[in-house]
Design a protein around this ligand. Structure first.
Ligand SMILES: [Zn+2]
Length: 275
């Protein structure tokens, strides 16, 4: 049974429903009470558009039905290209309990929830890891949380030494955790998965902490043996947190490497031009 949220602001209700449309697995439930009595679906949601190759706003005709009255269907269209659209089937109405609460969940959508691997990550995964990552995303999108974590753990375990190398390289450049970096080869060769995660957390320089928080902390749940005791929905929440960090590390480090090599190339070009 999911937690019951409480809202009193129509904007907060719209944001929660929009998030359910754009991200939630099918059948995953939002149960909430609402003093604002918001009854219409959000006018716009955010999704990745393949045609535009970025996240865009997608909108719908709210006057066309779509109220909090049980089963419904609606279409959202990319506001940018007006080409791509997605259709959702959902339930939005009274919850069974508590009696004053409302319930929202999706029962279908077409095209299916995206199973996209960001470019920077994809080029760092071999075919077997890509396959596991797609399977992890597919399980997640069907609310099979435990399955999604098993596949994701396989990919992260496979890439953890590469992640440690990438982080170590960045730490060296900024002169961070020098006394720990000496142990890198040893941990890579002999460390258990959870030791490697712990080590990654210690050597990650603050330049890679978005919002001042060490993002590696989110990976600890993946290494814990406790995942078997979590519900499917808790597993999906862990999956979403780990996925964000995993993709963030590859994206950030890739960008830094690229700008460093572009910088080196332009320096070399300048130097040869001076000769
Ligand atoms: Zn578009």
């Amino acid at each position: 049974m999911p937690d019951v949220l409480s809202f009193d602001d129509p904007k907060a209700v719209s944001a929660a429903i929009a998030k359910m449309f754009s991200e939630a697995p099918l059948y995953s439930q939002l149960v909430y009470t609402d003093k604002s009595q918001t009854e219409t679906i959000p006018e716009a949601i955010q999704l990745f558009c393949e045609t535009c190759d970025m996240d865009t706003n997608w909108d719908t005709n709210v006057w066309n039905a779509n109220y909090r009255r049980g089963f419904g269907e609606t279409e959202y269209k990319c506001r940018n290209c007006r080409e791509k659209s997605v259709t959702y089937f959902y339930y939005w109405g009274k919850a069974v309990s508590p009696a004053d609460a409302f319930l929202f969940f999706k029962i279908g959508q077409w095209p299916a929830l995206e199973e996209r691997i960001p470019r920077e990550l994809k080029k760092n995964l071999d075919r077997a890891s890509q396959n596991s990552y797609y399977k992890a995303l597919r399980c997640r999108n069907q609310n099979l949380g435990l399955g999604s974590l098993s596949y994701l753990r396989r990919v992260v375990e496979d890439k953890i030494n590469a992640i440690l190398d990438m982080i170590a390289e960045e730490s060296k450049q900024v002169g961070f955790a020098a006394e720990h970096l000496a142990k890198l080869q040893d941990i890579k060769a002999k460390g258990l998965f959870k030791d490697k995660i712990e080590f990654a957390s210690v050597i990650l320089p603050p330049s890679l902490w978005p919002g001042g928080h060490n993002p590696i902390d989110a990976l600890h749940d993946l290494a814990s043996d406790g995942t078997h005791h979590f519900s499917e929905e808790e597993c999906v929440q862990i999956f979403d947190r780990v996925r964000v960090v995993f993709e963030y590390l590859f994206r950030e480090i890739d960008t830094r490497r690229r700008s460093a090599s572009e910088y080196a190339a332009s320096r070399a070009k300048l130097a040869s031009a001076r000769k």
